[in-house]
Ligand binder design. Structure first.
Ligand code: GLC
Length: 682
């Protein structure tokens, strides 16, 4: 007997074939079909940096979808990633989920975990890293945060969607080892948080569209990775619905009139079985049931103020102090000129479906700085260079700079330069901004640059001419408050790069690869990001994992002990300075001699520790056998080969502080999977 008021779930047995097919096709842009009221309303909405929700309004007699700008603009995912703080990712996810509850959404179309193969990709601001382990672990926590509130997520875009140009038809052509070692592990790790949905990407992978690619949607996602939720298409990514359902797609979004007929015709032709239709419908019904049973239990536990504070804290934790020559930062006193250049001011985020326009009125950087600095400081703001036309302000600004003790100069890419649907043409900053900055360095030796960009940029024109560079990223609605707190030392910078800053575009892994509009060959293989620069010994401007602090840290006492399924790495981090700070300790694994070409080392663990002055903490990180393995395409599995390995522990990929050795051996006549780790040691 059903309890009164309890939602009585419908199973596929209760539905006609027509109803089941209808369920596989969205009702409109953001809703699933309710089958004439048999099912509750079910709403999805973007995106990774905040809830972007739309309403249909009438314009000139026609229905138009307009975005409602009443939600919190969190920093771009790239800034969150640079915090290397999974707990913060959880907090950001939960805060955005609260706004989904307030506005009646059921699934948030986030997080995006595509690997930053090239800094040119227009959506890099919306993704985590060039490293799959960092991307996967941060996204896993983000999903846990969102879903802890009873709101679903959509882990996207599966898979190998690493370029925006021609994304609807250009095939990502890559070998199986590269796919398994670089482009799917972030999904595998994030799937541990059991996202309600996975969103397939637009692009074909090795010639077959992701939306109808059985290797991706069934062999990998279901059979190998064990995903049991709903596979939803990216919007308008489905080319032919019946092939998509057969390959493992469950839900096509948004509504497309032909979809229903394509599936029905394929069923009648015997191409699609009712069991395949039922499989998709069952998964969607289970997701709807999850919502129906929990919707009234959802509790909003944040406020607009606390969500704003989370946005500010995300920048405080994610901004990266790239350079601080002569400890010019933190700012304390003197005449400080605040100038800057951003065609449309300080950008909150990048362009496209993730774009949030917050109503929150950010203070100007000069105002925020003045509020934090004491009597001894005089903050002058020169608004001229905030305008598009530098001629207006150049002379006045240069005069003001000449008499200032320090110049704080903000440079920004805007949400047209870095956006969904297209790549950047180069990684240079707006030329007039670079020119203005170089002029400033000619009249003042103490220039501090604040970078508001969503992805790596070429800093070669000015990096050696300025004293400090703070990389804020696209900082959301709290960018200037957080920047002021970081510049004055109210909070100590602790972020580290989740993406290498190359010396120039010519030095990046894909620069020399010739693509055409229809194929993008991943010739660099697994050598992406720091894996590429280290393997081929290419200098970079700022390495993966780099980030400075206003204090200093020491690493000591590395021990490596064998565990059941791998090894446990332990070491001590000490704050040797006079101010409290946080240090991200990074653990890399190196296969000293390998039968295949492997990266010099790969990130397999990290921990962010908060330390008072002179305080020490013992860090312990477990490394499973998979952390030492590579994907062997002959065996079709992860393979741990015998031999010597090293554990590198450091403050960045280029600043290794401790090295330990460990010996791997497979017992005689045992299968590879029974390989054990030897005892570790220095
Ligand atoms: C877009 C994006 C995807 C987004 C969806 C809905 O094209 O690729 O990330 O969630 O469509 O806006």
């Amino acid at each position: 007997m059903k309890k009164k008021g309890v939602f009585s779930m419908i199973s596929v047995k209760d539905l006609t074939l027509e109803e089941k097919i209808t369920l596989l096709c969205g009702r409109d842009h953001w809703h699933l079909d309710t089958l004439s009221g048999k099912l509750p309303e079910f709403t999805v909405a973007d995106g990774p940096m905040g809830l972007r929700h739309q309403q249909i309004v009438e314009r000139d007699g026609k229905p138009v979808r307009v975005t409602i700008n009443d939600t919190t603009a969190m920093p771009a995912t790239a800034t969150l990633a640079s915090s290397w703080d999974p707990e913060l990712a959880k907090e950001v996810g939960a805060a955005i989920a609260d706004e989904c509850i307030i506005h009646g959404m059921d699934v948030l179309l986030a997080p995006g975990v595509n690997i930053k193969r090239s800094p040119l990709c227009g959506r890099n601001f919306e993704y985590y890293s060039e490293d799959p382990y960092l991307a996967g672990t941060m996204a896993r926590s983000y999903i846990m945060g969102v879903q802890s509130k009873g709101i679903g997520t959509s882990l996207k875009h599966f898979a190998a969607n690493n370029s925006e140009n021609d994304r609807h038809h250009q095939t990502s052509e890559l070998d199986e080892r590269t796919l398994r070692e670089i482009y799917t592990p972030a999904f595998e790790i994030a799937l541990e948080a059991e996202p309600w949905t996975v969103m397939c990407s637009y692009n074909p992978v090795n010639g077959i569209y992701a939306s109808e690619n059985p290797y991706l949607l069934t062999t990998l996602l279901r059979d190998k990775f064990g995903f049991e939720g709903v596979v939803v298409s990216d919007w308008c990514a489905v080319k032919e619905s019946a092939r998509a359902v057969k390959a493992g797609l469950d839900l096509e979004m948004p509504f497309r009139p032909e979809a229903y007929e394509e599936i029905l015709a394929a069923y009648k032709a015997g191409y699609l079985t009712e069991a395949e239709i039922d499989r998709a419908a069952e998964r969607i019904l289970k997701m709807i049931e999850k919502v129906a049973l929990t919707k009234d239990k959802r509790v909003v536990s944040t406020t607009p103020e606390s969500r704003h504070a989370t946005a500010v804290r995300c920048v405080e934790e994610g901004a990266v102090l790239l350079k601080n020559e002569g400890n010019i930062l933190p700012l304390k006193s003197g005449r400080i000129l605040v100038a800057g250049f951003g065609k449309r001011g300080v950008p909150s985020g990048g362009g496209g479906s993730s774009r949030i326009v917050s109503e929150y009125k950010q203070p100007k950087l000069s105002e925020a700085l003045a509020a934090l600095l004491g009597e001894g400081a005089e903050v002058i703001e020169d608004a001229a260079l905030y305008l598009a036309n530098k001629q207006v302000g150049a002379t006045a600004t240069l005069n003001a700079a000449y008499s200032a003790d320090t110049v704080v100069f903000s440079i920004a890419n805007d949400d047209i330069v870095e956006a969904e649907s297209w790549n950047r043409k180069d990684i240079r900053l707006p030329r007039e901004a670079e020119n203005a900055l170089v002029e400033l360095t000619r009249v003042n030796d103490n220039v501090v640059v604040v970078l508001h960009t969503g992805s790596a940029v070429d800093v070669s024109r000015f990096a050696d001419k300025v004293k400090a560079i703070l990389y804020v990223g696209f900082g959301g609605e709290g960018a200037t408050e957080a920047t002021a707190r970081l510049l004055t030392g109210a909070v100590n910078p602790s972020g580290k790069l989740a993406e290498t800053f190359p010396t120039s575009l010519a030095d990046t892994p894909t620069a020399a690869i010739r693509t055409d509009a229809f194929t993008d060959r991943y010739e660099e293989g697994v050598f992406v990001g720091y894996r590429y620069y280290e393997k081929w010994e290419k200098a970079v401007a700022f390495p993966f994992g780099h980030g400075l602090s206003y204090t200093a840290f020491e690493y000591s006492d590395l021990t490596i002990t064998r565990a059941d399924d791998g090894a446990v790495i332990e070491f001590t981090v000490t704050n040797t300075g006079d101010v409290e700070g946080k240090e991200i300790a990074e653990v890399y694994v190196r296969d000293v001699f390998s039968a295949v070409s492997r990266p010099v080392k790969e990130l397999k663990g990290y921990e962010k520790v908060s330390l008072m002055p002179k305080e020490s903490k013992r860090v312990s990180i477990s490394l499973p056998k998979r952390a030492f393995s590579y994907y062997n395409t002959v065996l079709g599995e992860w393979y741990l080969e015998d031999g010597a390995f090293e554990i590198h522990v450091g403050a960045s990929s280029a600043d290794i502080r401790l090295v330990g050795k460990i010996d791997i051996r497979t017992p005689k006549y045992e299968h590879y999977s029974s390989t054990v780790l030897g005892e570790g040691g220095k």
